[in-house]
Write a protein that binds this ligand. Sequence first.
Ligand SMILES: [Fe+2]
Ligand SMILES: [Fe+2]
Length: 202
Amino acid sequence: MNEKIKAAEQIAIKAMRDKYRSEGGKAYTLGHCMRVMRLSGRIADSPELAEREIDRESMLIAAMFHDVGREIDSENHCEAGRDFVMKELAGILDGDQLGKVAEMVKFHNRPVNTETEIIHDADLIDRCGTNLIWRVLHLSAHHRRDQRQTLEWYEREKDAWQTRWEDWAIFEITKKEIKRRADFESEFFEEMLRELECELGE
Ligand SMILES: [Fe+2]
Ligand SMILES: [Fe+2]
């Protein structure tokens, strides 16, 4: 890992490690941002993107801070994230790169270039699979729901949680991974109901 990324990581940890999210727990945003950074790197490496020119360093740093704004202004987290980057990363990045990274953070939900397309897709992937299950169960515990109430609530809300993320995905590698994770989610909740109903066998 290069020096700039290492220094940025320390700033990200400091900004997000003590934050608590009711649907994810302690430091959930930090973990999410770090995973989105790693997923972005993997998407960038996929053969599908071989022809694309990618400013990898700026993309990784932007991914690391893409949701930092959630802890500052949840209504306008993209803008809050951009402002955070402009202020807090000024000592690490030169003016050009600082502006670039800040713009990538601002547009992580509305991609404007290859780097933001990648961050956008990595962000979608991290919403799915065991991360979704973790958030559903964590939020239920937070609201003191029992298992059955959790399933009933999930059944009512699942369209919001399990939006057709793969329809939003830009790259094929993302669509494939989201499909895999979504299938697992459905299987998990079906199994949970099956066990609550005390079914045996098939
Ligand atoms: Fe976001
Ligand atoms: Fe995110």
